[in-house]
Write a protein that binds this ligand. Structure first.
Ligand SMILES: NC(=O)c1ccc[n+]([C@@H]2O[C@H](COP(=O)([O-])OP(=O)(O)OC[C@H]3O[C@@H](n4cnc5c(N)ncnc54)[C@H](OP(=O)(O)O)[C@@H]3O)[C@@H](O)[C@H]2O)c1
Length: 379
């Protein structure tokens, strides 16, 4: 059984090229890469979250980051993230080995067209990008526990089937949902509706479609459709789907309590701290589904490695566990016999496995060779 050791983690990620969509907030709506780099430094590495790393690296922090991290301005709702620079695209395709797809709109009552583009088509476009990366090893899709919809009781940890609906018998057809959005937008534009009206109607459309199919809101429906896409269109790419519940501040890493902005359930707590809410309707015995941010990140890191280990185990298990196989080698033996009497040829072109001391060969020749020649660190 494969085991994790703490240095497995470092070893696994060492030298790997990882594309993280959205998690850093640098992808943005702009196509200006300088703005993306500035945002990366201000909005991510400038935060208290990186204080420990900043202290550790001192003056070299910036150059360390520039060496390790590249900011790419892109929009997941577009093919190839809307990146026009073909050299950049080719370099990304060539280098990327792991994709963590986290970009999303997390607004529960988002406009249907916006949420469809970001959460559903974002997953589609990012997966298609992964399929074009020749050295892709794993695709980690960040979903949400609340794709469970309005179901009650034990929610199985199972992937969605394409077209699965949580209510009624009609299938959930993603293409039909996209057509409905396009039709509604065309109608509204034909009526010269203003932006406020469009937003209000598209928001309502999302909620209606979500409720029709058994989801509580547009966010959950479009995230569920994103899952359907990655699960059913992944081809040969190893896929991990993570479904965090409500994410809170860090539990311990890099230090306890770090959080960015007020989000999800924290709105209620903040209003209570401010004294705006003094009581709240709720069942005191309820189990709240919450998780600290660093635990979500930790589970993602371990899952990325486990994927890899499981794949290796599945591929190689038959070679280590199947009952002994005896290969007929009559023809090879005949060939060997042809050189048996010819002394120098027999020595120089020996291919008789019985002449090998296998323990000695493995311990003193093969394994040292593997370490020396095959496990050189990647430059
Ligand atoms: N927060 C939670 O409690 C929670 C719970 C469960 C699951 N999740 C999932 O975790 C992931 C991250 O959530 P979060 O709370 O960290 O979200 P967040 O703070 O709102 O960040 C979303 C990120 O996605 C980027 N993004 C949005 N639209 C994009 C687009 N069209 N193209 C490229 N990037 C885009 C944003 O970039 P900009 O800054 O440029 O807008 C931002 O970096 C999401 O997939 C979410 O569904 C979150």
């Amino acid at each position: 059984m494969a085991e994790f050791r703490s240095n497995n983690v470092e070893e696994y990620f060492k030298g790997k090229t990882i594309l993280v969509t959205g998690a850093t907030g640098f992808l943005a709506k702009t196509s200006n890469p300088h703005v993306a780099i500035q945002r990366l430094h201000n909005e991510v590495f400038g935060k208290e979250l990186f204080n420990i790393q900043r202290d550790k690296w001192g003056e070299k922090f910036s150059s360390f980051l520039s060496e390790k991290v590249v900011a790419v301005a892109g929009d997941v709702s577009l093919h190839n993230f809307g990146i026009k620079d073909q050299t950049l695209i080719q370099n990304m395709l060539q280098d990327i080995e792991i994709i963590v797809h986290s970009a999303a709109t997390t607004k529960w009552d988002e406009r249907y067209d916006v949420a469809m583009n970001m959460n559903t088509m974002g997953a589609y476009n990012t997966l298609n990008f992964a399929k074009m990366c020749p050295t892709i090893q794993v695709f980690l899709h960040v979903s949400t526990a609340f794709v469970c919809g309005e179901r009650k009781g034990l929610i199985p940890e199972e992937p969605f089937q394409m077209g699965q609906t949580l209510k009624g018998s009609s299938k959930l057809d993603i293409n039909l949902e996209k057509k409905l959005i396009e039709q509604k937008l065309s109608e509204l534009h034909a009526q010269n509706a203003n932006e406020e009206t469009i937003t209000s109607i598209m928001t309502e459309l999302g909620t209606t479609r979500a409720n029709l199919h058994g989801w509580q809101d547009t966010y959950a429906l479009t995230k569920a459709m994103g899952e359907m896409i990655v699960t059913n269109m992944k081809g040969n790419i190893p896929l991990i789907i993570t479904r965090p519940s409500g994410i809170l501040g860090t539990h311990s890493k890099p230090f306890p309590g770090w959080i960015e902005g007020v989000r999800t359930i924290d709105f209620v707590f903040v209003e209570y701290f401010k004294g705006e809410i003094t009581s709240f309707v709720g069942d005191p015995n309820i189990t709240m589904d919450l998780i600290p941010a660093d635990m979500v990140a930790n589970s993602m890191i371990v899952a990325l490695m486990k994927s890899r280990l499981k794949r290796i185990i599945n591929i190689y298990r038959p070679y280590f566990t199947e009952p002994e196989i005896i290969f007929d080698d009559k023809n090879t033996e005949k060939l060997r016999m042809t050189i048996k009497g010819v002394d120098n040829v027999n020595r120089e072109f020996n291919f008789d496995p019985k002449s090998i001391d296998w323990k000695d060969y493995l311990m003193n020749v093969h394994f040292p060779g593997l370490l020396q020649y095959a496990m050189q660190p990647k430059m």
